[in-house]
Design a protein around this ligand. Sequence first.
Ligand code: CTP
Ligand code: ZN
Length: 155
Amino acid sequence: MKPELKIKAIENGTVIDHITANKSIHILKILGLPDERFKNVTVAMNVSSGETGRKDIVKIENREVHHEELNQIALIAPKATINIIRNYEVVKKDKIQLPHKITSIIDCTNPKCITNYENEPIKSKFKVINSQPPVVRCHYCEKLIKTEDIEKQFE
Ligand code: CTP
Ligand code: ZN
């Protein structure tokens, strides 16, 4: 039997687990990583999970990420969990839930939308119409962004 790859347990910090396989790169971006201030960030991509599945994992030592900060990643990784670790123990486990509003992490697909004007940058903003699968509507031009259009932005 081949030895299984084990990723070191952390003493304090955050483990974002059950991330959709190969999507952790987008989550790092939302978290503002890489960042010189955060040392010992571990990313595991496309590792086996359960019997047949695959997932990504992100471990950030000495930083407790609050789930409000991360709820928008439900667009990318609906099954993700956020585990807060203190003294090697999981002290809090949260499932990610898509909030009612999404800001900045996706772009409006309407080229004429005010959020796409080059010289007048306005952050995108969307109302969540359906959470699973995600469908959102632009706050500014009312363009409906369908699930496949959202997924395309995270390929
Ligand atoms: N973890 C870690 N360091 C610790 C404790 C846990 O890196 N000191 C990681 C585990 O490797 C796992 C995640 O945090 O990826 C959640 O830990 P735990 O709740 O113990 O695992 P499970 O029971 O398998 O979680 P779930 O039910 O969410 O799959
Ligand atoms: Zn728009």
